[in-house]
Write a protein that binds this ligand. Sequence first.
Ligand code: NAP
Length: 483
Amino acid sequence: MTTEPNAITYKFYINGEWRESKSGQTIEIQSPYLRNSVGKIQAITHDEVDEAIHSAHLSQKKWAYSSLQERATYLYKWADNLVEKQDEIAKIIMQEVGKGYQDAKKEVVRTADFIRYTVEEALHMHGESMMGDSFPGGSKSKLAIVSRVPLGVILAISPFNYPINLAASKVAPALMAGNAVIFKPATNGAISGTKMIEALDQAGLPKGLISLVTGRGSVIGDYLVEHKGINMISFTGGTKTGMNLAQKAAKIPLVLELGGKDPAIVREDADLLEAAKHIISGAFSYSGQRCTAIKRVLVHESVADTLVSLLKAEVEKLSVGSPEKDSVIVPLIDDVSADYVQGLVNDAVEKGATVIVGNKREHNLIYPTLIDHVTREMTVAWEEPFGPILPIIRVSSDQEAIDIANESEFGLQASVFTSDINKALTIANLIDTGTIQINSRTERGPDHFPFIGVKGSGMGVQGIHKSLESMTREKVTVLNIKD
Ligand code: NAP
């Protein structure tokens, strides 16, 4: 691997200080498309993790008593700083995870909006009070005040694909709710995460409330997750990593957002041109490296040929190349991911699927690939590729589409395309998924909507209000009034 002439060695952030790790070890971050090093991050030690968690607890005690207005001041400033630095941060996101520059800028601005909305939501959340006399034998002399209190120290672990947005969507509600945060970014994404924390540091957040702990998940992940000082974990990443984590993190609240295999169900009465446009943008944006990408099409056989030719025409319009040119199809995060995606295509072809377009590769750049006549025997029918390939499964009825949709280990989102709203709602009711989109691509957001993965796609709910709730608990104070 070559190193960019100006590649920087970034520090980690602990107790209000930027430091080099005592391990003396760093990790090179390789750009997926430049194919050279864009910088180094610190590989921190277990002792440094302990210190981060210890200082988090110390500062959280005071923070829990700070007013919401005080917390809001820091978070608003953080949002402003991110907007100010949007060009610089977008360039890092682009280089580090290979996301198109304009999309990277949108991610930064969306994150600032997310932070501001989180502040507003927290400012407007209320507790409740209850009188004792509504229960048999109770009396008006008892008054319960139900308030929400922070959990303590939250471990936030984020994936590579939205290195700012999916990190801030944990950090902002955690801080606003009165917690301290230990933030572990994905290794590819850690430089973007560092820039995000710089913006928070520059907002003047009191020391200790946020720590940036960098290092490979395989090295420090288990130590963090099993650490007795962690009171709640908010994780976004792959299903395998999340499931392992869930087994290790006994007895603390967990919110998991994991992988998906979102189906687009296309009925015979759908507007096929419109459906094709949504499916292509859903499946191929950022080379399909989105949790909510459309990852399979279940189309009624009577309209399958027409849909396939429309999809083909749309795929042929997709730009392929560099994120610097805002190409839709960009190199995947690394060669291992590209090998995996290629393996899925090869398996399908060997088992009799038809490649309509694509199946071409240069290193980790996989050209957009449409695979028709995919059957249940093919691995691509079930596995999440996280790449620009789209399997098409032909079905003979709504029921068959519903069965195949539900047979998946995942349940993040699904789309149904139809001109019959009654059919749409019937199918929506029968699909076992967190969210179902009617006549649109699967996607996260707007960010205040609840965001849910069921089955292998997650546990618990995100979305601004829900995240604030999941990072707090209820506390009841009972006032016993003397007559
Ligand atoms: P990943 O490989 O599972 O990594 C996710 C995070 O977990 C990274 O920070 C990683 O650190 C860390 N990690 C690895 N091993 C760990 C361990 N033993 N303990 C604790 N943390 C550990 O996922 P990814 O490749 O970054 O992201 C792609 C996946 O995320 C896809 O499956 C996608 O569907 C899913 N995703 C889901 C959502 C959603 O909202 N449902 C959103 C986005 C992405 P390192 O990078 O250092 O290994």
